[in-house]
Design a protein around this ligand. Structure first.
Ligand code: F6R
Length: 247
């Protein structure tokens, strides 16, 4: 694993956006795996800046998001569909038909999962962007998820619901379930870029990098991938030995 420690969140976001922009410049029709949550917001902003100021074009890019809450349709402000449109999709020249977020609505969620699997199988990701939960989850693959999992419906842990409640209004309930890309599909991306900031991620990062590869820490599976870059701030990296950090 390549580990880069940035001075602060803005620097971290710049480094992550540059890595993604390089993939798109090398391959204008790149397929991106994308994440939501607070971690990638700065990187998306930098990519929007690169589109506006440096003519980075997304016109041939295709995107596949990791996850979505069950029961929230694409117009719901807390949905990950809405998040992606407001932070990236609507701000660059991405074609709407080239963006994909798993659907958490409808009568047959199993069918939604299988349809997403088919799309993922036919469109291997050139780069997969990830955040990480304080319990080591990637996507919404909570501890205990088998490493060979594909798209599935998951019950969110109380810890994840508590962590994510900060993004909801006080009178809004965090949904109990989500649809998520599985670990097998995350691992099938050619390149993986994980970003994390803040002290509450330090244990998860330590377990990801130095811990045993175990389903108890889903992100530890990344030790088995041949092209992983972690971009961290000093707090998220605080439990790592300095000798393994790239200068
Ligand atoms: C979101 C996702 C989650 C988040 C993780 C960290 O699409 O897949 O795994 O990346 O929960 O969330 P933040 O960045 O809000 O700390």
């Amino acid at each position: 694993m390549k580990i880069i420690v940035a001075d602060n969140y803005i620097h971290l976001s710049e480094i992550a956006a540059n890595i993604m922009a390089d993939v798109i410049r090398d391959k204008p029709d790149a397929v991106l795996g994308l994440a939501t949550g607070s971690s990638p917001i700065g990187a998306y902003k930098k990519l929007v800046d690169a589109y506006s100021n440096a003519h980075l074009s997304f016109s041939k890019v295709r995107t596949y998001n990791l996850d979505e809450y069950i029961g929230l349709d694409a117009s719901h402000v807390q949905s990950y569909h809405y998040f992606m449109r407001s932070k990236l999709f609507d701000l660059v020249d991405l074609k709407a038909e080239n963006t994909h977020v798993p659907s958490g609505v409808g009568d047959d969620l199993t069918k939604n999962c299988r349809e997403y699997d088919e799309m993922l199988s036919s469109c291997p990701r050139d780069i997969q962007l990830l955040g990480i939960g304080s319990n080591g989850h990637i996507g919404f693959n909570e501890p205990g998820t088998p490493f060979d999992s594909r798209t599935h419906i998951v019950s969110l842990t109380e810890k994840t619901k508590k962590d994510n409640s900060r993004l909801f209004a006080a009178d809004e309930k965090v949904p109990d379930r989500a649809i998520t890309m599985g670990i097998k599909d995350i691992m099938s991306a050619k390149k993986i870029l994980l970003i994390a900031y803040g002290a509450n991620k330090a244990d998860a990062i330590y377990n990801t990098v130095c811990g045993k590869v175990t389903e108890n820490c889903p992100a530890s599976v990344l030790q088995k991938h041949k092209d992983v870059t972690l971009v961290l701030d000093t707090e998220a990296a605080s439990k790592l030995d300095k000798s393994i950090i790239e200068k």
